[in-house]
Design a protein around this ligand. Sequence first.
Ligand code: CNA
Length: 254
Amino acid sequence: MKFLCYIRITMTEEIEKLQQYVDGSKKIVFFGGAGVSTESGIPDFRSVDGLYHQKWNWPPEEILSSSFFYNNTKEFYRFYRAKMLLKGAKPNAAHLKLAEMEKAGKLTAVITQNIDGLHQAAGSKKVYELHGSTLRNYCTQCHKFFDVDYVINNKDENGIPRCDNCHSVIKPDVVLYEESLNEETIDSSVKALQEADMLIIGGTSLTVYPAAGLVNYFRGNKLVLINRDPTPSDGMATLVIHQKIGEVLSQIHV
Ligand code: CNA
């Protein structure tokens, strides 16, 4: 009895509504972005303390473009090592709750724009990585694969990781600006969204296309948007929660 009273006082109406949605759904899909990992200490792009507000000689979207990678590999890796290769980051309450939802048979897929591998580290199995992963890397010449530890521990005098087979430049298996998304990943994401009975969008400004456009494939009527700041898509959601996603999801019971 005491326990029930406690929940009633601390749960906001938004969280109660989210809980009702989760209770009544069997095929939840989560679509997320960089905001899912800020509570793990990884900066996003567009928040006030995000990468777009830090001073670099080029804007992040230019450094993280394909042409910049090939023309200015040294500078790419200076940025990439400092800002994208954050080893030691651990899954937070949001990653863990989503993995728990999948294990409980409620969530069918996580579709993420993130490249940090934290959903899998939390235990999620069905993860569609729209923009690839920093954990996978390959030689631009002979295509040999390398893990993230190799990239962290091996660099030439310019900070560039090189293949131990042919000495060519290693590239992270991430989708850089100017590059196309993997078709199989898109198809699987679209299918999951079309079959979903609930969609939770979280921690994304929904401004990076074509990834952000995928949420339009959702046909259900329970669309929850959990984002610290307003997004252009707030109007299409049936429930909008402007709070930290880890704090919100940790209050949900599966
Ligand atoms: P973004 O444009 O930086 O937007 C992030 C959004 O998350 C913002 O609207 C914030 O308000 C919101 N946000 C930040 N922290 C929280 C929080 N704790 N709870 C809820 N909301 C929060 O990032 P997007 O993902 O929309 O943009 C897509 C880019 C960012 C993709 O290409 C990613 O690869 C890229 N990115 C990924 C990572 C990562 O893998 N962790 C980090 C930085 C950038």
